[in-house]
Design a protein around this ligand. Structure first.
Ligand code: MG
Length: 258
């Protein structure tokens, strides 16, 4: 051990240096420096992820398949009524106005694979262009948006942890092309008294490009708000958002990590 290191250890022992908590260290990209949806927050650099795959990605044998291109049997409207989206050409398509859909089954920590495509015909701009969302546990959104040459606030573009963290880079493909999200989600843990023991964390790849590296969430995602954590069940449905755009989804599967 070097004498410099010993010196700092001695200072630490004397309480002369602040201890850095693991949570603070995880929050190095903490949005505390930026208001929710801050218009002056820098947008990440654009990275071309390469051409879209010609076919859906392979499915691991231990995956729970939530959509294989045929039907919506794994899904329902959040009120328990049938899912109102359509199935066309092996994809399920948001039926604007039909409401969001969620899985009938509940999940906690997962490895999730989702493929999506924004409408090929560009309509609207900003948040009104190909908006949908992948909500882990129905509460923690990875934004789906046509962010190909489409400006919006940084924490609301494609692959943002909505309202909290922009992606590290913008790896969005042109509208109409298939894109992938691979998400490793660790659910939050709560104590018996409802207090937060461990925050939720996400690692996300957009089209194979790392966009969140074990990022600690500040709480549930929300529009123009950063609400605190509220204790919830260990497993909850996965939700896909109806935000008024006919976004397509295919090849949705996950692996349980709990
Ligand atoms: Mg959304």
């Amino acid at each position: 051990m070097t004498s410099v290191r010993l010196f700092f250890l001695a200072l630490l022992a004397l309480g002369l240096l602040p201890m850095t908590s693991p949570v603070a260290a995880q929050n190095e990209r903490a949005p505390v420096y930026w208001d929710v949806h801050a218009p002056d927050r820098p947008t990440p650099p654009v990275v071309n992820p390469g051409p879209a795959p010609s076919a859906p990605a392979p499915v691991p044998e231990d995956a729970v398949v939530l959509f294989d291109g045929t039907d919506l049997s794994a899904w329902e409207h959040p009120d328990g009524s049938p899912a109102g989206w359509s199935v066309q050409d092996g994809a399920m398509v948001v039926e604007p106005g039909a409401g969001s859909i969620q899985t009938k089954e509940d999940f906690g920590s997962v490895q999730l694979h989702v493929e999506w495509a924004a409408p090929a015909e560009v309509e609207g701009d900003g948040q009104n262009r190909g908006n949908s969302g992948v909500f882990l546990m129905g509460a923690y959104e990875v934004q789906v948006l046509d962010s190909y040459q489409n400006e919006t606030y940084a924490d609301g573009q494609a692959a943002a942890i909505y309202g909290q963290y922009p992606p590290l880079v913008n790896a969005t493909r042109p509208p109409g092309e298939w894109q992938t999200y691979d998400i490793i989600f660790h659910r939050p843990h709560f104590g018996a008294d409802g207090s937060l023991v461990k925050p939720a964390r996400m690692t996300v790849y957009h089209n194979g490009v790392l966009v969140h590296d074990h990022t600690t969430l500040t709480g549930p995602t929300a529009h123009q708000d950063r609400p605190p954590y509220e204790a919830h069940a260990r497993a909850l449905p996965l939700r896909l958002q109806d935000h008024g755009a006919p976004v397509r989804f295919r090849n949705i599967w996950l692996r349980r990590l709990d």
